[in-house]
Design a protein around this ligand. Structure first.
Ligand code: PLP
Length: 508
């Protein structure tokens, strides 16, 4: 492909993306393809002679698009959001165009230097303690990793090396292998599956302690687990606290957990993968009170902060522990700029690095702090709108509501909610996930797409509502269904929750 063809192909691809985003609302959010569909449609081998870019783009539309789940559809409410914005898409494109591998500072100085500055911008945007930033006098700093899973694992490895070193300094007779065999880590049973995985990969049992009925790991539970384990001769090493759990977006209390970890010499890692973005808004920062007591902090701009996957921001209070855990020197990696710029390869698992800071820069520059704040506030208010709609229907109950995530269920037996979700899954007009809360089967409803507006939330609720009608017919007092066409005039009063509830009560 020559440069002229690249110009044409590239521009056509940008147009294709723009058309896709513009029409995404009208596409069925979940595809109908079956496992193996693509294998049947594609040739069994690569073509002998090259094809044109027009062929490729046509194949994308014909073969790939039918198998795409539309994460950025306003009707996508599953999981948590994954971010997507035009500035970030262009950032990815330029990064691919430069195509460097940032394995050391000199391998592409702008890669490292922009990342240092972006991690400071981002840390200040969230109002993280100064000591986590690259620009502080201390040994703290930030780095962009690929995922929250990776960060939790990296934190565990750093905690392990630190613990071994600390104990061997205190007691030189101890053997490294003996210490490593006794280390234990803790998190709550509400933590993300990646936390358990970090324990598996890092050969450190990860104890998932029972959360309280608000989904939080309490100080008493943690303290008790530590005491028991110490009595059994184990060595508590690593705690993963969660700000915004995956099931219900619950927030552990760092001001409670932090002092225990500090006193016991346990590395405290904070997983704020989704909800961390909310700290861009001062009104939510009380939820991270005590963050200064943690050793590492992580959130995913690729979830809620409009930066395309992947971009996971990690800060540590003392980068020395990462470098000590990961540093392997080689002659071709020799650095002679000690102290002036970090060698990020010593802070991560792989040697090579992508230019992720570029898309982050584009997003921060083009949206600005206010743009990010507006995005967060708008999405939270859409979740609130949904919560209100659920509350207006007496057959339903809202179980939790936090940030952009609402969990809800049909009152009564779990089978009702299960049947409802099954119907919704079959219809594929909206996409939701099942969850559990306090041993009850619930549906998770997350505001995911940046395109979601108030009308979309109404649409999604109407879809849920209409399927609920097939499970439990509307109470007689609700004539809303029959009067759908006249809805805007005739039923305004009926959608008022208080009056509707009292009518229903009376008719019973
Ligand atoms: C999504 C999520 C993760 C996993 O994030 P990845 O970047 O995909 O690894 C971890 N923890 C929490 C709380 C999450 O919500």
């Amino acid at each position: 492909m020559d440069v002229q063809q690249f110009r044409e192909f590239g521009k056509a691809a940008v147009d294709y993306i723009a058309d896709y985003i513009e029409t995404i609302r009208d596409r069925p959010v979940v595809p109908t393809v079956k496992p193996g569909y693509l294998g049947e449609l594609l040739p069994k081998e690569a073509p002998q002679t090259g094809e044109t870019w027009q062929d490729v783009l046509q194949d994308v539309d014909r073969l790939i698009m039918p198998g795409i789940t539309h994460w950025h559809s306003p009707r996508f409410h599953a999981y948590y959001p994954t971010a997507n914005s035009f500035p970030a898409v262009v950032g990815e494109m330029l990064s691919a165009g430069f195509g460097c591998v940032g394995l050391s500072w000199i391998s592409s100085p702008a890669y490292t230097e922009l990342e240092v500055v972006m991690m400071n911008w981002l840390g200040k945007l969230l109002d993280l303690p100064e000591e986590f930033l690259n620009c502080s006098d201390g040994p703290g700093g930030g780095i962009i990793q690929g995922s929250a899973s990776e960060v939790t694992f990296i934190g565990l490895l750093a905690a392990k090396e630190k613990k071994v070193k600390d104990l061997m300094e205190l007691n030189p007779e101890l053997k490294e292998a003996d210490i490593k065999g006794k280390l234990v880590a803790y998190s709550s049973d509400q933590s993300n599956s990646s936390v358990e995985k970090a324990g598996l990969l890092g050969s450190m049992p990860m104890k998932l302690l029972p959360a309280n009925d608000k989904g939080q790991l309490t100080a008493a539970t943690l303290q008790e687990a530590i005491r028991e384990d110490k009595e059994r001769g184990l060595i508590p090493c690593y705690v993963v606290a969660c700000l915004g759990t995956t099931p219900t977006c619950a927030f552990d209390d760092l001001a409670e957990l932090g002092p225990i970890c500090n006193r016991e010499g346990i590395w405290l890692h904070v997983d704020a993968a989704y909800a961390g973005t909310a700290f861009a808004c001062p009104e939510y920062r009380h939820l991270m009170k005590g963050v200064e007591l943690s050793d590492s902090f992580n959130f995913n701009p690729h979830k809620w902060m409009l930066v395309n996957f992947d971009c996971s921001a990690m800060w540590v209070k003392n980068a020395k522990y990462l470098v000590e855990a990961f540093n392997v020197q080689r002659i071709y990696l020799k650095d002679n700029h000690n102290g002036l710029a970090p060698e990020y390869r010593h802070w991560q698992i792989s040697l090579g690095r992508r230019f992720r800071a570029l898309k982050l820069w584009f997003v921060l520059k083009i949206y600005g702090v206010e743009g990010i704040q507006k995005h967060v506030r708008d999405q939270i208010s859409l979740a609130k709108q949904f919560e209100d709609l659920v509350n207006q229907d007496s057959r339903f109950e809202v179980c939790t509501s936090s940030m952009g995530l609402v969990t809800f269920r049909m009152k009564g037996d779990n089978a009702l909610t299960r049947a409802l979700l099954e119907k919704l899954d079959q219809r594929k007009n909206i996409f939701l996930m099942a969850g559990h809360f306090c041993n009850k089967f619930v549906i998770r409803f997350a505001i995911c797409s940046r395109l979601t507006n108030s009308k979309d939330v109404e649409f999604s609720w109407e879809e849920i509502h209409s399927q609920a009608n097939e499970i439990i017919p509307l109470p007689k007092c609700r004539i809303e269904g029959e009067m759908k066409e006249k809805r805007s005039i005739a039923t305004i009063e009926f959608t008022d929750s208080a009056s509707e509830k009292s009518r229903c009560e009376k008719s019973k």
